[in-house]
Write a protein that binds this ligand. Structure first.
Ligand code: ZN
Length: 309
């Protein structure tokens, strides 16, 4: 029997639009996470805070929330000398989201970059494709053990790392994989490219070829660029597409970082994002439950019987 996470893929293929969640960093910092501390450790030490953020997103209208395991690969946890707790912190991260998920809700296991450069780019030995795959297999297996429905391979910068993560998820489970990359807007050329120089169309094709079931963009800039990126991806594939951009650009004043788009300003862009062909929408850095509540309203309004378009 297919695992329940496949409903996500089946529903968007049938024409549903689903709502993903918003940012975690801002809320963890607001709750006292210190700069330079390991956010995944909070799955153990501050479980109620993490579970509360998940619940806030489900209550705001998220169909899918992601686990607090973005930096949960052993290669990344090693930075905090926490590599030995890889399995525990990922299992616990999955259980926290699962515990507060309503019956209709889905939990996506977040898998972010290791912050270690691929072999071809690193000044040191770098990380081989096999080493990437090994670290992500360990993380994906722990997330599955904790009960995730699908995976969110996200904020990826390098194609080697992104495709290794997708292959790793597929090697250890039969769960669907969403995979998204980080794009930079190149003002000078009026185009969006990954750090590696890939176009949105190339990214969509590469991630699908590696086995991803849903592809798209996250983080980067605001919804204005997400609309363009999704439109370009839609031109080359009929596969489900996902976008969860930042709440615009960060604004740094002294020690504090805020983002340019409040909930209303952000949600205003989402009808165009849906028109571009996006099937799953959420938000990334700088967003909170109020952003998601208004984005969910846009989605429900469009899905209502008799609604146009
Ligand atoms: Zn982000």
């Amino acid at each position: 029997m297919k695992s329940r996470g496949w409903e996500v893929v089946e529903r968007v293929k049938a024409g549903d639009t689903l709502v993903f969640d918003g940012g975690y960093g801002t809320m963890l910092f607001a709750a006292g996470l210190l700069n330079g501390a390991c956010p995944e450790l909070w799955n153990d030490t501050h479980a109620d805070v993490v579970a509360g953020i998940h619940k806030g997103y489900f209550d705001a209208g998220s169909d899918i929330v992601e686990t607090n395991t973005f930096g949960g690969a052993r290669l990344k946890l090693n930075e905090y000398a926490l590599g030995d707790r890889t399995r525990e912190l990922n299992v616990e991260g999955a259980r926290l989201a699962r515990k507060v998920a309503p019956a209709r809700g889905f939990v996506a296991g977040s898998i972010g970059p290791t912050s270690r450069l691929p072999q071809d780019y690193a000044l040191d030995a770098g990380v081989t494709d096999e080493e990437y795959e090994e670290t992500f297999r360990e993380q994906a297996a722990a997330l599955a053990e904790g009960g995730v429905d699908l995976f969110a391979v996200e904020t990826m910068m390098f194609p080697q790392e992104a495709t290794a993560a997708i292959r790793a998820c597929k090697a250890v489970t039969d769960l669907p994989v969403m995979a998204t990359m980080f794009f930079q807007f190149e003002d000078l050329h009026d185009r969006d490219r990954t750090m590696w120089g890939e176009s949105p169309a190339e990214v969509a094709k590469n991630l699908l070829a590696a086995g991803a079931d849903v592809v798209g963009m996250n983080c980067g800039r605001g919804p204005d660029r997400a609309i363009v990126i999704i439109r370009e991806m839609r031109q080359v594939t009929d596969a489900p597409l996902v976008a969860y951009p930042n709440a615009g650009l960060p604004i740094t004043t002294g020690d504090t970082v805020t983002y340019e788009l409040g909930p209303e300003a952000m949600a205003r862009e989402y009808p165009a994002l849906l028109d571009a062909g996006c099937n799953i929408v959420g938000a990334c850095c700088g967003s909170n439950a109020e952003h998601i509540r208004l984005i969910a309203e846009v989605v429900r309004r469009r899905s209502a019987p008799g609604a146009r378009g």
